[in-house]
Write a protein that binds this ligand. Sequence first.
Ligand SMILES: NC(=O)c1ccc[n+]([C@@H]2O[C@H](COP(=O)([O-])OP(=O)(O)OC[C@H]3O[C@@H](n4cnc5c(N)ncnc54)[C@H](O)[C@@H]3O)[C@@H](O)[C@H]2O)c1
Length: 440
Amino acid sequence: MEIHLRIAMIGSGYVGLVSGACFSDFGHSVVCVDLDESKIKALEAGVLPIYEPGLGELVERNVRDGRLRFSTNLSESIAGVDIVFIAVGTPSRRGDGHADLSYVYAAAKEVARFATGPLVVVTKSTVPVGTGDEVERIVRDVRADLQIDVASNPEFLRQGAAIDDFKRPDRVVIGAESERAREILSAVYRPLALNGLPLVFVGRRTAELIKYAANAFLAVKITFINEIADLCEATGADVQDVARGIGLDKRIGSKFLHPGPGYGGSCFPKDTLALLKTGQDFGAPLRIIETAVSVNDQRKRAMGRKIIAACGGSVRGKTIALLGLTFKPNTDDMREAPSIAIAQALRDAGAIVRGYDPEGMEQAKAMMPGVEFSAGAYECVAGAHAVALVTEWDAFRALDLGRVRELMAEPVFVDLRNVYPVGDAAALGFCYVSIGRPNN
Ligand SMILES: NC(=O)c1ccc[n+]([C@@H]2O[C@H](COP(=O)([O-])OP(=O)(O)OC[C@H]3O[C@@H](n4cnc5c(N)ncnc54)[C@H](O)[C@@H]3O)[C@@H](O)[C@H]2O)c1
């Protein structure tokens, strides 16, 4: 089996671009394709269309070494390649929460139309169980003449740590129904296997379900600790200590036990919803996930009410500063960010909402109408009646709290990520409220 492969990546967003760049860094020849001309033009000009730590250097190096290029032209891009990955978006379908597979199916049709020889087509997008069967039907309908194998290789990278996750994953899941697909995917990931990382070979449907089960489990884990945090608040216990106390149990594990304003982002909200729909469609309801989804939905606005309560019960006419707007640090992604619902709840209650984020301002401006935006953290808190730390960017871990206190009109600090020790802000005269910890 040839070890140096020719790969086309369809969709050059967070997943496609990172995966394409990392595959080229493994030594393969990669072309990243996207419909969005502005994205491809930017990439060709050496400008990244997204913020992801380390990605700029990785792309630059592999472009320079001739292993990575970009194109809007699928037909010329897939001529002669060994393997095509589909990494297009699978957002929630408006109205019913099913995954919208129209981008995946459109990409599959185009691949079949332009394929020039035997090809392995791999879905990297997160897709409901059975989508691979449909992709196979689509390509066979268009090209009965070609040998096209369809496989599933769901992606588990986290935005903000995507390159490290891609190069040192806990596992790579490969769902394949043919020896040829298994062989080619083994060759793609050979550098990782040589490093001792586990490649998990399963059936295609199983691979599709693994991805949703993983995301749903993590969403439930976050929701679990958030509810425990509420109980801590009601009883005077400290959720940080509870999380440590349970997380040291290896059967539980300490990851994803950080209480906060509810999960958001481009994956958990849509993937939990899509999995619920799959469960319903197959008559196997998933009640734990159903409850987690509804608890999480309510939590985001509840965080708005928490800020209002910290302000004495009313924010009418008051200025509230939100520090951190993206759904998590180290990304510019604003999809389903808790800050959106929090800002809306505050504005509904008559507050003037101001926001600042180190990387997400451009996306936030488009998604948070009526919010004022500041050029920096201190500008944002100046004259504010309360500040809420919504996303735990490192830049907010080292705030000069004394300066923040001096700049603010009223000393209310709502720490929705438990970044600061309880005593620090209180010692400076703040009314300090955090999640699930006794205030003093
Ligand atoms: N973002 C993450 O952290 C993450 C992690 C794991 C899995 N996923 C999954 O990966 C998939 C992609 O997610 P993303 O965050 O990269 O999405 P994204 O929106 O950032 O990127 C998708 C890209 O696909 C392009 N596209 C759509 N149709 C196309 C076509 N026919 N031809 C060429 N390009 C096309 C779009 O223009 C866009 O640039 C989703 O299914 C998502 O659930 C995402």
